[in-house]
Each structure stands twice: as structure tokens, then as C-alpha cells.
Design a protein around this ligand. Structure first.
Ligand code: SAM
Length: 270
């Protein structure tokens, strides 16, 4: 049985941000726990044939991939889910082996979850995992974010999502161009990041501000991620960096010229 260890609240480093709901992972059903366990097993099995993740042990997969993905539930702004008549449409850009997208699809089975991934082999794995775990709310898109969000593409997924996640995909200014075009006006981007401490300044975020602005976004909050125990909190306080999630919101439509051609956002960030 998959054991949930996270219990703390995510804390905001931005006093003006509304407080996040507490992490209430005990709400997961026995079936959801079983699916998370099975996902860890399947991933490690498949990882012996294809290099899907650098994680090698069940403990690493659980703490570094699954727990970190579940922790994102605590930083979804309440406005994204409370009082809406339909479940939020979620996109995970650069889903890789399925993190956080597959885990969020397990935890929120009524949400339609799209996993976008540039590597075919990883898309095959994502399809295989979604089928093995009977996740009927998951669909996988093969290709690059720059292609699927292009304004010129007839089947573009531009501005089709309420929440877009992207973990370990790119520097924030590039990530803004990969993600914001997919978000509807009023929607959200959640980007888990490592932020250096102490937090007098954060160059990665500061460099991204012009890009976020050009793309119709703004920073809603930078939220510290929850830890498992007081002991972990004390250990985290000793570290030279901390885990945060950058929460962007979109206040205006992204101009049609963005995202630029594939490769351009990484090579020449806005
Ligand atoms: N999000 C996963 C995680 O946290 O474990 C995977 C992280 S992996 C380091 C980055 C993934 O993003 C790779 O699988 C890569 O193929 C994908 N990726 C990078 N740039 C992309 C783009 N422009 N569009 C779609 N996928 C992209």
C-alpha cells in the first residue's frame, strides 16, 4: 500500500497570495493508493529497458516523483476548482515518465488530464501506464509545446486548459513560453522549482518577468512546498535551496506570435 507522508501546509512567500488549501492526501481511496503503488512498480520495471527516469529505487520514485507531484495539489489556487461547474482541464507539459501528470490524474480522476511529451518513446510509456492503470481521464499528445500551442495549427490546443503544470522542463523564462499559450485567460501555470536560499533575490524568476508579461501572464505567488515532518522542515532549513512552486496566472490572451518556432524559446528566451 502506498503510504502518504506529506502533511504540512504549503506556505506562501507572498503575503498577498490567498492561502492554499491544506494537503489532505488521506482523502485518496484504496484504489488510488493501489494505482500509485502500481505506477511506481511499472516505472521501475520499464526503466530497466528504457531510460525513463534517473530514479532507481522505489523509495526515490515515491519521494522524489510521486510525493512531489501530489504536493502540487496543495498549491492549486482555490479559484481553479471551487465554485466551477466543470472539473478543471489540466495539461502537463514535458511529462516525461508521467510526473506530475499521471499522479495528478490518479488523484483527481474526474479531471481531464493531457500529457504532452516531445519524445515518442516516453509517449508510448505514458499510453502504456494510463492503460495499465485504467486511467480513462488521461490522453497523451506527442510533440513539442511550441507546435501544439501554435496559433496557426488547426488542431492547436492553445488556450484550452485551466491549469498547466511543467516540472523539470526548462528555465522559467523558456517555460513561460511553453506553458502560458495553452492556458485560458484566468487560468494557471504551476511550475515546481528549486529556489536558492536565502531569498533576497531569485535571478531565474527575475529574468522571466519580461517573458511572463509579454505572454499575458503575471506571477500570482511563489509557494514553498510542504515537507513530511518537523524533522524534514529543520533539515530543509539547512539546505542552500528550497522547493517552491511558481504560480502564474493569465490576465490577457497570449499574442499570436508566441510560442515561437520549435527550439527558439530555449535558444533565445524572451
Ligand atoms: N516532468 C517530468 C519529471 O519531472 O520527471 C520529466 C522531466 S524531463 C527532465 C523533461 C521532459 O520534457 C523530457 O521528457 C523532454 O522530452 C520534455 N520536453 C522538453 N522540452 C519540451 C517541449 N518543448 N515540448 C514538449 N516536451 C518537452
Amino acid at each position: 500500500r502506498y503510504t502518504i507522508s506529506l502533511r504540512a501546509r504549503a506556505t506562501s512567500s507572498d503575503a498577498s497570495a490567498p492561502s492554499s488549501p491544506p494537503v489532505s492526501l488521506s482523502e485518496l481511496s484504496v484504489q488510488q493508493h493501489a494505482r500509485l503503488s502500481r505506477l511506481c512498480e511499472l516505472l521501475l520495471e520499464r526503466n530497466q529497458q528504457f531510460n525513463l527516469t534517473g530514479m532507481r529505487t522505489p523509495e526515490e520514485v515515491r519521494t522524489k516523483l510521486v510525493d512531489e507531484s501530489l504536493a502540487l495539489l496543495s498549491v492549486i489556487p482555490p479559484e481553479a476548482t471551487v465554485g466551477t461547474t466543470t472539473p478543471p482541464r489540466l495539461l502537463d507539459v514535458g511529462s516525461g515518465a508521467g510526473f506530475p501528470g499521471l499522479v495528478l490524474a490518479i488523484a483527481r480522476p474526474t479531471w481531464p488530464v493531457t500529457l504532452l511529451e516531445a519524445t515518442r518513446k516516453k509517449c508510448d510509456w505514458l499510453d502504456e501506464a494510463a492503460a495499465a492503470l485504467a486511467l480513462s481521464n488521461v490522453r497523451v499528445l506527442w510533440g513539442r509545446a511550441e507546435e501544439w500551442a501554435a496559433a496557426t495549427r488547426p488542431d492547436s490546443r492553445r488556450e484550452c486548459f485551466d491549469i498547466v503544470t511543467a516540472r523539470a522542463v526548462a528555465e522559467l523564462r523558456t517555460l513561460a513560453e511553453y506553458t502560458l499559450p495553452f492556458v485560458r485567460v484566468g487560468g494557471w501555470v504551476l511550475a515546481p522549482k528549486q529556489r536558492p536560499r536565502p531569498v533576497e533575490s531569485w535571478p531565474e524568476w527575475e529574468r522571466a518577468l519580461p517573458a511572463i508579461d509579454k505572454l499575458g501572464g503575471r506571477t500570482h505567488a511563489v509557494l514553498r512546498m510542504p515537507v513530511a515532518s518537523d524533522e524534514d522542515a529543520a533539515l530543509a532549513d539547512e539546505m542552500p535551496s528550497e522547493r517552491v512552486t511558481v504560480v502564474l496566472t493569465k490576465h490577457a490572451a497570449t499574442p499570436a506570435q508566441y510560442p515561437r518556432a520549435p527550439g527558439r524559446p530555449a535558444k533565445r528566451p524572451l
